[in-house]
Design a binder for this molecule. Structure first.
Ligand code: GLP
Length: 234
């Protein structure tokens, strides 16, 4: 595992945006696993700037997102489909047909199967971007008794609902379920980049140096052969 500690959050995001740019320039049809949450937003802003400046071309790139809330449609402004469109896809030259965010509507089990198929289609992701929740969750894999292998519908914990309620009008509006790549699904990626702001220092340290346990889902990253953790010192 490689750990990069930068001087600022802006630098953290620049480092990651550059890694993604270099990957896509070396492999124009790269498959990217993408994440939502507040943390990656500045990375996506930088990728938009790079794309507009002609430094990186997304026309042949494929993307698959980690997770999606259940019970809200992709047009809802808090859905992860809406997030990806407005924070990235609508502003770069990617073909939207090559972007996949699971549906959170209808038959959740069928939606989970569809996401698992997209993860498999064309082989493993060249890169999976990850944020981390304060309780150590990655995607929406919440602390639990065993690592979930495959894509699955999940009940969100109270702490995740509370943390994510900042983006909703009322806490009651936060979906209580989601569809997420499983831990096994995430570990299939060839390379994993975990980004964390200074507010996540404690949980990142616990996940990277503590025991590997499903009660700290991100701790499983210790077992992957190519993980880079990028965080900042302030
Ligand atoms: C959500 C997402 C995660 C993300 C986490 C942290 O729960 N499902 O993928 O890592 O939020 O979000 P933030 O970056 O806003 O702290």
């Amino acid at each position: 595992m490689k750990v990069i500690v930068t001087n600022s959050y802006d630098e953290t995001c620049a480092v990651i945006a550059n890694m993604i740019k270099e990957l896509v320039n070396a492999k124009p049809d790269a498959k990217l696993g993408l994440a939502t949450g507040g943390t990656p937003v500045p990375i996506y802003k930088k990728l938009i700037e790079m794309n507009k400046a002609g430094e990186v071309d997304f026309s042949r790139v494929h993307t698959v997102n980690l997770d999606e809330y259940c019970g809200i449609p992709g047009t809802h402004d808090q859905s992860y489909r809406y997030f990806m469109d407005t924070n990235l896809f609508d502003h770069i030259n990617i073909d939207k047909k090559n972007t996949f965010v699971a549906s959170g509507m209808g038959d959740f089990e069928a939606n989970a199967r569809e996401l698992e198929e997209k993860v498999r289609e064309g082989g493993a992701a060249d890169l999976q971007l990850l944020g981390i929740g304060h309780n150590g969750h990655i995607g929406f894999n919440e602390p639990c008794e065993s690592f979930p292998a495959a894509v699955h519908p999940v009940e969100l914990t109270e702490s995740t609902i509370q943390a994510n309620s900042r983006l909703f009008d009322r806490v009651e509006d936060v979906p209580t379920r989601a569809i997420t790549m499983g831990i096994g699904t995430i570990l299939k990626a060839r390379r994993i980049l975990l980004i964390a702001g200074a507010d996540k220092r404690e949980i990142v340290e616990k996940a990277l140096t503590g025991p590997v346990t499903p009660w700290v889902p991100a701790s499983v990253l210790q077992l992957h052969r190519d993980v880079t953790v990028i965080t900042c010192g302030e």
